[in-house]
Design a protein around this ligand. Structure first.
Ligand SMILES: Nc1nc2c(ncn2[C@@H]2O[C@H](COP(=O)(O)OP(=O)(O)OP(=O)(O)O)[C@@H](O)[C@H]2O)c(=O)[nH]1
Ligand SMILES: [Mg+2]
Length: 275
C-alpha cells in the first residue's frame, strides 16, 4: 500500500453516512471510523466531503463554464470477489495478488473529464464483503446514485448472493424521485475459468432484466478488462437519471411559480389583500 501513497489518515463517518472528518491516525482508529486508509490524498479537500449529487460550475480556461458533478457510487458484493482490486485498478492502475480484507468501508475518488463541458467526480465507496447486509450498510448506502455489485466468476456461491445484495440495496436507498439506484453487475476474475450461469451470456442478460440490473460486464482487475467500459456505462445511466430528475424538478418549480402568480393575480382582481 505504501507505494500508492497510502496515508495513515482516518475518515470519520457520521450516522448519516457522510464523511465528516479526516484526521491523522495515532494508530488508534476511533469507533466511528471504518477504514483501511488507502485513500489518495487528493480525495478530500479540507478534510470535508461536500454534499453529494451537487453541481458546481468551474471557470474554463478561455471564459466559459464547466459543469462539475459529484456522484457517490457503491461497490458491494461477497468477500474476496475483487471490489478493492477493481477500484485500485480503475483509480490507481494497480493490481496486487495479495488479499487484505476490507474492514467497514474505504473510499477512492476518480475524476473523469467527461466531455468538453463536464467534469464527473466519482466517489467510490468500497464496502467490505464481511458487512453482509449488516446494520451499517444503510448508513453507507445513503445518497448513492450508482452501484456495482461484484461477484467472482470462479465461485458460484458469490453469484448466488448477488440477489441478496441487490435487495439490500433497493430496500435501503433510492434516488430522489424514488426510483431504484442504477446497478451494474460485475462478473470479476474473468481471466480465470468460469463457474455457473456466467458461462451463458443470454441467461445472464435475462437474469439482469429480471433482477433489475441495468447491465452486466465480465471484468478482470488483474488483466484490466472492461473496468473502464463498465464505469462509463454506469456514469451514462447516472447522468441520464440526473438530467431527468432535474428536468422534473424544474417543471414542478415552474408550475408552482405559475400557480402562485395566478393566485396573486386573482387576489388583485378581487380587490387586493384585504378583500
Ligand atoms: N485472478 C484474479 N484475481 C483477482 C481479481 N480481482 C481480485 N483478485 C484477487 O482476489 C483477492 C480478493 O480481492 P479483493 O479486491 O481484496 O476482494 P474484495 O472484494 O475487496 O474483498 P473484501 O474486502 O473482503 O470484501 C485478491 O487476492 C486479489 O488479488 C481478478 O480480476 N483476477
Ligand atoms: Mg476489499
Amino acid at each position: 500500500m505504501g507505494s500508492l501513497g497510502i496515508s495513515s489518515d482516518v475518515k470519520v463517518i457520521d450516522m448519516e453516512g457522510t464523511v465528516v472528518e479526516r484526521r491523522k491516525s495515532n494508530g488508534i482508529i476511533p469507533n466511528t471510523a471504518h477504514t483501511n486508509g488507502f485513500l489518495n490524498d487528493s480525495v478530500y479537500t479540507n478534510g470535508i466531503v461536500k454534499s453529494l449529487s451537487t453541481d458546481d460550475f468551474v471557470k474554463k480556461a478561455g471564459g466559459g463554464e464547466k459543469r462539475e458533478h459529484l456522484y457517490k457510487i457503491l461497490v458491494i458484493g461477497e468477500l474476496g470477489t475483487g471490489k478493492t482490486s477493481i477500484i485500485k485498478r480503475y483509480v490507481h492502475q494497480f493490481f496486487s495478488q495479495h488479499y487484505r480484507a476490507t474492514i467497514g468501508v474505504d473510499f477512492a475518488l476518480k475524476v473523469l473529464n467527461w466531455d468538453a463541458d463536464t467534469i464527473v467526480r466519482l466517489q467510490l465507496w468500497d464496502i467490505a464483503g464481511q458487512e453482509r447486509f449488516g446494520n451499517m450498510t444503510r448508513v453507507y448506502y445513503k445518497e448513492a446514485v450508482g452501484c456495482f455489485i461484484v461477484f467472482d466468476v470462479t465461485r458460484a456461491s458469490t453469484f448466488d448472493a448477488v440477489v441478496k445484495w441487490k435487495s439490500d440495496l433497493d430496500s435501503k436507498v433510492q434516488l430522489s424521485d424514488s426510483s431504484p439506484v442504477p446497478c451494474v453487475l460485475l462478473a470479476n476474475k474473468c481471466d480465470q475459468a468460469k463457474e455457473g450461469l456466467v458461462n451463458n451470456a443470454n441467461q445472464m442478460d435475462e437474469f439482469c432484466k429480471e433482477k433489475g440490473f441495468v447491465g452486466w460486464f465480465e471484468t478482470s482487475a488483474k488483466e484490466n478488462i472492461n473496468i473502464d467500459d463498465a464505469a462509463r456505462f454506469l456514469v451514462n445511466q447516472i447522468l441520464t437519471n440526473d438530467k431527468n430528475i432535474r428536468a422534473d424538478e424544474e417543471d414542478r418549480d415552474r408550475i408552482t411559480l405559475e400557480n402562485n402568480r395566478d393566485s396573486s393575480r386573482e387576489k388583485e382582481k378581487k380587490g387586493g389583500c384585504c378583500s
